[in-house]
Design a protein around this ligand. Structure first.
Ligand SMILES: [Zn+2]
Length: 300
């Protein structure tokens, strides 16, 4: 069973908003694209793991710490006397290992993913020991993009290729041992230890003034050109209410310190909808805080 579902990645949500409204530098664009790909791979892996029997505890996306060192776990599966650690890689194209060094399709040297996995395993083992669990850990690099290939002369059992995914799952399903309370308690403890990090400091720098104002199509990020909210690219039509609500969500996530006012949202939407229409939506979904000259809305 899924004990800890994969949370929506706030960093990615914010980057998508920003990407629509500003121009990223090449390194910012690369980072954004890598995050998108990584997340796609994780979601694909979550679908794959639905093939597991119920006798397992799955915890997704944990950021833990041992002795001042933080480590990130994509997926952890708690089984009887054993923990599986899965690091999901959605790499695409021909990668290579030469002299124990990893290269991407462009020939650029990568951080060795096996070393990162070992580090994660070591820290987890120490953390588990500290909280009273001495369980065996098996770690795997899961490559789940069917367009991935690795040129290597050595065989490493920790690497699971796209063509091995089904068999790997079958192997796991051959050990269906019912988990006792102790394992649920462990899952609870690890979940409680998850560290929440603010994504804001990792975002490209941005200011309100610099960002493009307007309302963009929810499907392809094309900006609507007039108040009919018909997308010139995909032809979809969005209701005013949903468009304004989406805009408010974007505004508050990108600028958590700014107040939600009719004027602020009108400006953020590029004047596309009238102040009257915006006031109607805000009054319906938010609570008006009236202070002489500074009326604003808060989440109800
Ligand atoms: Zn569209």
């Amino acid at each position: 069973m899924i004990f800890r579902p994969r949370p929506e990645k706030l960093e990615l949500v914010l980057l998508r908003y920003l990407n629509t409204r500003m121009v990223f530098s090449s390194s910012e664009a690369l980072n954004f694209s890598n995050l998108e790909k990584g997340y796609k791979g994780e979601l694909k892996s979550d679908v794959w793991l639905r093939g597991l029997t119920e006798e397992w505890l799955i915890l997704n996306e944990l950021l833990l710490e041992y002795n001042g060192s933080k480590f990130q776990i994509d997926t952890m599966i708690i089984a009887y006397e054993l923990i599986y650690l899965l690091d999901i890689k959605y790499f695409e194209g021909d990668y290579a290992i030469t002299d124990n060094k990893w290269y991407n399709p462009a020939g650029v040297l990568l951080k060795n993913p096996l070393h990162q996995l070992e580090r994660c395993e070591t820290l987890l083992k120490k953390l588990l020991h500290e909280i009273g669990y001495d369980l065996r850990i098996e770690s795997y690099l899961i490559f789940n993009n069917s367009e991935f290939h690795l040129n290597t002369t050595s065989i490493n059992p920790s690497i699971i290729f796209p063509t091995q995914l089904n068999r790997f799952l079958k192997k796991l399903n051959t050990r269906p041992v019912k988990l006792t309370k102790k394992y649920f308690q462990l899952a609870e403890q690890l979940n409680a230890r998850h560290i929440v990090e603010s994504p804001y400091k990792r975002l490209p720098p941005y200011t309100y003034e610099q960002l493009k104002k307007g309302i963009s199509c929810p499907h392809d990020q094309t900006f609507f050109t007039d108040e009919t909210l018909i997308c010139t690219k995909c032809g979809c039509v969005e209701a005013a209410e949903s468009a304004v609500l989406r805009s408010v969500k974007e505004f508050t996530l990108l600028f958590p310190d700014r107040m939600i006012t009719v004027n602020a949202i009108h400006d953020w939407c590029g004047g596309l909808k009238s102040k009257k229409a915006i006031r109607r939506v805000l009054s319906k979904y938010f609570v008006l805080i009236s202070k002489a000259r500074a009326s604003h809305y808060i989440n109800s």
